[in-house]
Design a protein around this ligand. Structure first.
Ligand code: ZN
Length: 256
């Protein structure tokens, strides 16, 4: 099966699965109704996908295949064997995505783009889809650079892309993991209870817990927060009106 199809099928199944779990076991009460958020959060992912196909028709996996065929990048130079190159690609790309996420909070223009994700007043599995198209293109540029420098394994990139989108859906979801289980998982992986702190309207909290997959980067670089200490409000103070959640507004938001 074609890699693009594999990714799309797993992505759709993950969305369906978490949509179902949230419908059955939602944890927090909603601040806004689904009909006021979902059309925007779901609409923007179609625009993002269309734009990435247009600008990067090869996709991240295609770029890795290109590097492999042309012997670009460290893993190709040192002829790293199959499994180590897959595993190291996944770990290295996760570190890159962590670093990119920190940058989007620290550099003003990038923060304006990334704020579209943070201005969601609620958090559920659809929040994982809500990124401004220009931020998605920026992310593809970062990935392209990282893939060509290390000569990433194409299979590793495919697996990483699947893990990244599935984990983003998981850690934005409105689900509650029992405390003892959650504590064990978060030693290694990011959990919804950990990521929600990153969506606090208080900057001292949103500037922590940047990880998407592995929780080790936050611990390693001192950006880890254990508990939500503020008044537990999700979103951004500047974008509290219902009109701020409309799709057209999200597209314009970074330039206002
Ligand atoms: Zn963020």
């Amino acid at each position: 099966m074609n890699e693009g199809i594999i990714r799309t099928v797993i992505f759709a199944l993950t969305l369906f699965c978490f949509g179902f779990l949230e419908a059955s076991f939602a944890y927090r009460k909603r601040v806004m109704s689904r009909k006021d958020r979902w059309p925007s959060n779901i609409g923007i992912v179609f625009i993002d996908t269309f734009l990435v196909r247009l600008v990067y028709p090869m996709g991240a996996v295609g770029i890795a295949y290109y590097c492999e065929a042309n012997n670009y990048g460290i893993f190709n130079w040192i002829n790293l064997s199959y499994w180590p190159s897959i595993i190291l690609t996944i770990i290295f790309m996760d570190l890159i995505i962590y670093g990119q996420h920190v940058l989007t909070h620290k550099i003003n223009f990038l923060w304006k783009l990334h704020q579209v994700h943070h201005s969601d007043r609620d958090l559920d599995f659809t929040s994982a889809l809500r990124f401004h198209p220009i931020e998605i293109i920026f992310s593809m540029m970062v990935k392209t650079m990282a893939i060509s420098i290390i000569g990433a394994s194409p299979k590793g990139i495919l697996v990483f892309e699947i893990i990244l989108s599935s984990m983003a859906i998981f850690n934005h979801s409105n689900l509650y993991l029992p405390a003892p289980l959650e504590k064990i998982i978060r030693y290694v992986f990011v959990t919804p209870q950990m990521h929600i702190i990153h969506h606090s309207e208080e900057q001292f909290e949103s500037d922590t817990n940047f990880g998407f997959n592995l929780s080790i980067w936050d611990r390693l670089f001192g950006t880890y927060t254990d508990k939500w200490k503020s008044s537990k409000v999700i979103g951004q103070r500047a974008f509290q009106r219902e009109a701020d959640q409309k799709l057209l507004h999200l597209l314009k938001q970074p330039f206002l």
